[in-house]
Design a binder for this molecule. Structure first.
Ligand SMILES: NC(=O)c1ccc[n+]([C@@H]2O[C@H](COP(=O)([O-])OP(=O)(O)OC[C@H]3O[C@@H](n4cnc5c(N)ncnc54)[C@H](OP(=O)(O)O)[C@@H]3O)[C@@H](O)[C@H]2O)c1
Length: 254
């Protein structure tokens, strides 16, 4: 049943925004996708239908990745359905812009659980699959918040800690997996256009100010970030590993 599948991709946070754009960029004949989201099953079903329409074989799964054991279960779903995993895009996440004094330790722990810990568990569970694959790739979706402090007069302390941890885990994994030929990279979006109604740490005029913080006076678009991820996952990127690519309209230059 999986004979004509060239790669099996596990993509988290696929129901909206960057994850949905990534699913669209990757979907096509020869590709099997496990598309995940936490609770937005309507959005996920829409994205899954589009991906099937583009020729991909698609499975969907819901899970709160902040819960220990959930990432492991997701890997099991992919293995049970498709027999293997070749590529992982760890995209699910959110931003918390509460400053010190407003955010408590529980807030920090929740963000760490949902982002670097979930990544750690996903790749640890999938390690044998990633090592054995002849098209092994991992992309972690990081954020400008780990690189730029005070742009738009905003800081995201706990998100910055989570995304820095994510990038460090990704680089260490890149080194460990290098002999197997599997690559591990990060894409770091700047302020990126959200779908209407999506979770957002910024609202209203805040988006105009966020766009103005970037030298190109523009928000990144989900498709821009998806294109960078698709490149890292491609055959052509086979000797690029351990890198962080900023897709941010120049925000990281400031
Ligand atoms: N948009 C930006 O300005 C921006 C900037 C820098 C980095 N990023 C990063 O880009 C990634 C995608 O963001 P986006 O802008 O596309 O946001 P989005 O449209 O809100 O999508 C976020 C996705 O992550 C899922 N998710 C959030 N928390 C989760 C959890 N605890 N367990 C499982 N899934 C969870 C959401 O699921 P449900 O909707 O089902 O709850 C959704 O599918 C995130 O990692 C974010 O940090 C975004």
């Amino acid at each position: 049943m999986t004979d004509d599948i060239e790669r099996v991709i596990l993509l988290t946070g696929a129901a909206s925004g960057i994850g949905a754009a990534t699913a669209r960029a990757l979907a096509g004949p020869g590709t099997a996708l496990l598309l995940h989201t936490r609770g937005n099953s309507e959005g996920l079903d829409r994205v899954a239908a589009e991906a099937r329409g583009a020729g991909a074989v698609v499975e969907t799964a819901l899970a709160d990745l902040a819960e220990a054991g959930a990432p492991k279960a997701l890997v099991e779903v992919a293995c049970n359905r498709f027999g293997r995993i070749d590529q992982i895009v760890s995209n699910a996440g959110f931003a918390d812009k509460r400053r010190f004094g407003d955010v408590d330790a529980a807030g920090l722990r929740l963000t760490l659980a949902a982002i670097p810990e979930a990544f750690f568990e996903l790749v640890t569970e999938a390690l044998p699959q990633l090592e054995a694959s002849n098209w092994g790739r991992v992309v972690a979706v990081s954020s400008f918040v780990a690189h730029t402090f005070g742009a738009n007069d905003t800081i995201f302390p706990v998100s910055a800690a989570a995304k820095s941890g994510l990038e460090s885990l990704a680089k260490a994994l890149a080194y460990q997996l290098a002999p197997s030929g599997t690559t591990v990279n990060c894409v770091s979006p700047g302020y990126t256009q959200k779908d209407a109604g999506a979770h957002a740490a910024v609202s209203g005029d805040g988006w105009k100010k966020a766009a103005a913080a970037a030298p190109m006076n523009s928000l990144a678009q989900p498709a821009d970030v998806a294109a960078a991820t698709a490149f890292f996952l491609s055959r052509e990127a086979e000797r690029i590993t351990g890198q962080v690519l900023h897709v941010d309209a120049g925000l990281s230059l400031v």
